[in-house]
Design a protein around this ligand. Sequence first.
Ligand code: NDP
Length: 312
Amino acid sequence: MTKVIDGNAVAEQIRSELEGSVETLADAGSRPGLATVLMSEDPASETYVSMKQRDCDEVGIEGIHVEIDADAPAQELYDTVEDLNADEDVHGILVQMPVPDHVDQRTVLRTVAPEKDVDGFHPENVGRLVAGDARFKPCTPHGVQKLLEHADVETDGAEAVVVGRSMIVGKPMANLLVQKEPLGNATTTVCHSHTGDLAAHTREADIVVAAAGVPEMIDGSMLKEGATVVDVGVNRVDVSERRSEGSQTESDEADTEKGYELVGDVDFESAKETAGAITPVPGGVGPMTRAMLLYNTVKAAGQQEGVDVDLP
Ligand code: NDP
């Protein structure tokens, strides 16, 4: 029987444990604060930020939201981040990406104080992660590690293939899997768009983490029997196109209203036939990314306030 790993359930457990950590901080007289900064009119970015703010409320984190006009000079964003760096009530800062073209993304990432960089994208934090001394693990790969842990998947000595080498998912994921520490010690291969024969790699893997952003590119024929498959991909696929391809999913009615369906990088139905464990889309990695942002914020607050907090 293939195990379907329930990201919603694991995320819920982590969130409820974080409430205890927030209480510990409250007993010491402080409340963790997360600032989200939005410089975009993209509806998807607006939705992501409001979901993050709602998540904060639910576990007792103070959410601070700053909106900057998408046409404002880049300096306004840098100055806002500097102000948040200096604000003692703010323990974590998240600048929602992508930023407009006239803003230099690298400057933004470098302006966030490393100790408040709950995304883990500042070069200092990237360096610490690679060196095996992570301050903040980036939320998505950290969430994947937690899913593997909760599903009792052994990474030690496993052959792992990460598909994708982005700064936010693929590279930190591979770096975490090779660390000489629990939930690491995997023999890790990173594949990308220049990889000649992707299936030749995935077929050898005990663990496949798919983060390419290509709808359903990995199917059951590309997997080893019993492999664990973690699908990070979130892709919007036009419902009418899917229908003409003959797809019938359980959520058809709701999807028809939205006009699109969310699918992963893995063809779930065929992969489930071969995999030993698999994450669904939605309901797999997505909720974990959100939970790990709260985790990093609580961790940041503990570090900045000098309070020992137990983390899940
Ligand atoms: P990027 O576009 O930044 O990176 C995609 C990576 O996949 C690149 O390294 C690219 O290679 C590689 N790639 C693209 N096509 C192929 C292919 N045909 N074969 C092998 N490798 C390929 O995406 P992100 O890392 O930001 O995101 C990846 C996916 O994960 C997206 O669907 C995104 O929506 C989703 N995501 C989900 C999150 C969640 O919480 N569930 C969080 C973050 C992202 P190359 O470097 O050569 O271009």
